[in-house]
Design a protein around this ligand. Sequence first.
Ligand code: PMP
Length: 393
Amino acid sequence: MPALSHRITTLNGDGSDGWDVFYRARAMIDDGVPVTELTIGEHDIGTDLSILKAMYESAAGGHTGYAIVPGVSALRDAVAARVEAQSGVATRRENVLITPGGQAALFAAHMAVCEPGDVGLFVDPYYATYPGVLRSAGAVPRSVATRSSHGFLPQRDELEAACDGAASLLINSPNNPTGAVYPRHTLETIADVVTARDMWLISDEVYDTQVWDGAHLSPRALAGMTERTLVIGSMSKSHAMTGSRIGWIIGPEEAITCLVDLATNTTYGVPGYIQDAALFGLRAGVGLEAQVAEPFRRRRAIAKQVLAAQSVVRMIPAQGAMYVMLDVRATGLSGEDFAFALLDAHNIAVMPGESFGQSAAGHIRVAMTLEDSRFEAALRTLCDFAAGLTKSA
Ligand code: PMP
């Protein structure tokens, strides 16, 4: 076999992609072991039947050919209207590219703003694919560390210290894995820093409908930021449409025009019937979005209650998104060792914090994707297990 490209063979950096616990859990499930799965961000409900009906009707009605690459106009308009209503920033069809999910949007956004070899910054802890996304776009990933004691919010000093050679900064609020919702002052600091360095800001807002405390603020709405911000959006989390692969990039018209060229040469657009289903979902309004988010709001309250009744495991106060981060450092174990031990002892699968970066070491991420009573029982078992480890330590 001829050599594979350096780019593709080094996509995962050190070779470990942080998914070992997840794969072991999957292998146990394949072997018939009943595993309580709290790893990935997959809703326990499916896509609403009304959306699936719209998808079927569109496909049966003939929308199965190539769809126009930037996205069907009605959907681009609906996304623009949603973004404008949420952020107050004037947004038109020309500011929107429809993509096959937020993941493809993250890749395209970095392709648009990073030259090969440019540094692309991202905030640690981070959604597990970020470094690989940057590498796949030819950029060099560099993380900006945050601290549990700062609520995992990036600080000015750390940001400024990381900026040399950087073309972009990728942020994510509401945050996966920490649940942090960036307050205005944090976003203003970020805006200051990227403006002073003439950098792009890529704002991953795929959890914008899942905010439990505070309010979602898009940095694109801050003074002077509309022209240097690319916003990543998706129907995956807001409408439980993870498998449909539909999302978008919002940006200045000139950037979107170039991104359409990239899409023409890579994805060639998104299936028309999926876009029609997404349009139906958006037109269903905030009621449907609230219905999809509600179970996570409830379970976050359950988690707070269970965690308040003990003192070994500390809950990071999740303000948004569908996860809770738990600090298990009192057990003396790393997040990864704790996750493996919990899986072995109780068949409960959670993600090690280390999968999301060194800033999350000694933590675990629990997805709130299980029916309420089973979720509560799993958390109680987890806390008892942690207490047992502490006693034997
Ligand atoms: N960004 C974040 C922070 C995520 O957690 C995810 C998915 N878990 C994505 C982007 C990508 O989502 P999708 O491609 O399904 O839109």
